[in-house]
Design a protein around this ligand. Sequence first.
Ligand SMILES: Nc1ncnc2c1ncn2[C@@H]1O[C@H](COP(=O)(O)OP(=O)(O)OP(=O)(O)O)[C@@H](O)[C@H]1O
Ligand SMILES: [Mg+2]
Length: 422
Amino acid sequence: MESVQAIKQRFGIIGNDPKLNRALEKAIQVAPTDISVLVTGESGVGKESVPKIIHQLSHRKHGKYIAVNCGAIPEGTIDSELFGHEKGAFTGATQTRSGYFEVADGGTIFLDEVGELPLTTQVRLLRVLENGEFIKVGSSKVQKTNVRIVAATNINMFEAIKKEKFREDLYYRLSTVEINLPALRDRKEDIHLLFRKFASDFALKYKMPTVKLTDDAVNLLLKYRWNGNIRQLRNVAEQISVLEQNRTINGVTLQQYLPNAGNNLPAVINTSKSESDFSNEREILYKVLFDMKSDLNDLKKLTLELMKKGSVSDVQEEHQHLIQKIYGDNEDEDYKTETVVDNLEVLSIPEHSEVQETSNPMDDKYHFAEEIEEEETLSLHDKELELIKKSLERHKGKRKLAAAELGISERTLYRKIKQFDL
Ligand SMILES: Nc1ncnc2c1ncn2[C@@H]1O[C@H](COP(=O)(O)OP(=O)(O)OP(=O)(O)O)[C@@H](O)[C@H]1O
Ligand SMILES: [Mg+2]
């Protein structure tokens, strides 16, 4: 059996926290069996590595591994995605199609955000889990499949069961073994380690010296709540690595990158209303300064390009994104209409061409379901809207969490909420 240490190396998992080690040990132990596993933990804690480890250490490793983001597939198509459909089952079903459960026969299916599955799909899933049987949409023929299921969720499943959004019997079938990944704030020893790793990765990527934290910055890092967990830490490390000219980062600088950092620190003086108002004001000022700095860097880059090229139209064409990023908020500018395009990049939505390159998407060992079907039905604009909506729903309207999850600034998210009229 491979050691926890070897697994961490193989899957690029950083950290030595005992809770993390315990979770990985459990994954290693359960992998050779066919037991269903439910991976739980807050958003951004690293749940997606666990099903990959389980698949790779199982006798199914040469079979297919399909990752399905249940939260991203529209309710109307999810049954057909998972279980397939017969020709003529619904308008547009021009031919019979296999679903993931058929394609992954002999392999593993990772059902991410399983708490989002519609109740009718939950019934079908329960049947597969119980006896490996499923029926294509529009068919009456029972088919068999041999698939190992690993699911993940960042919601409280007991709450979902109480609200009758999730079937209790399905929950118990899915969570024969539960693997919980700790929140970053509960892995104090690992926070700085992770930051150093990300800082060194981004230094390499952007060909700049590695940023280093002063003691007060490390203190702040350890006290911060990290609601977006490792995903948020990684984003912060990337932003700092790209934007800060001075590569030694102190607490004041770091605080600019941490939304609500003030609120996470122990109160030094009593928190009367006026004090908290002041801290909010300070935060807003930090944000404005941060945005100004970023704009200034972009402007510097543009000016340099103009000086080098000497032709305005060349620079305009080549740096459309940058120009639009700087002037995007200005109602009078023509660039405004292009904002969506700019932010699609930020949200890393796969481009059409990437998906079309694969003649049969099912051939991919690791493929996200939403990348297949939605491409046909939704425009990129709609997809972005959908992503934002889902994220806001998941975080009950909390913009900070949603922004951290989407990997964009709160300001960008706010702009989008206004833009899409959400
Ligand atoms: N221990 C770790 N070491 C290095 N990187 C990690 C670690 N854990 C997570 N990451 C990175 O953090 C990011 C978020 O992880 P992941 O996507 O697995 O989160 P998640 O738990 O699935 O969150 P969500 O519930 O929002 O989907 C990824 O970029 C991942 O590579
Ligand atoms: Mg995930």
